[in-house]
Write a protein that binds this ligand. Structure first.
Ligand SMILES: [Zn+2]
Length: 79
């Protein structure tokens, strides 16, 4: 579970990017924190790079395939 201290630096959003699962090796669409929907592991992924390869971590058969979902979007705009 992602952890934060100060809620003023986070805001809730409903962009569809939060609903899409990404495969290992796929290009990262948005910089941020991603959660594996099979096991709950979290990673930081940078836009235009690639998600970790299939052998990044192992799943049991009940956890299914590795699939990364955006949980925190990193806003690069200067405020
Ligand atoms: Zn996993």
């Amino acid at each position: 579970m992602a952890i934060y201290q100060n809620a003023q630096f986070l805001t809730q959003g409903n962009d569809n990017a939060f609903n899409l699962d990404r495969k290992p090796g796929e290009q990262v669409p948005h910089s941020g924190i991603y959660r594996c929907m099979g096991c709950g592991r979290e990673i930081v992924a940078e836009e235009s790079r690639q998600f970790p390869p299939q052998n990044h971590h192992q799943h049991t058969s009940t956890q299914g395939q590795i699939r990364w979902r955006l949980i925190v979007y990193a806003d690069h705009k200067v405020k």
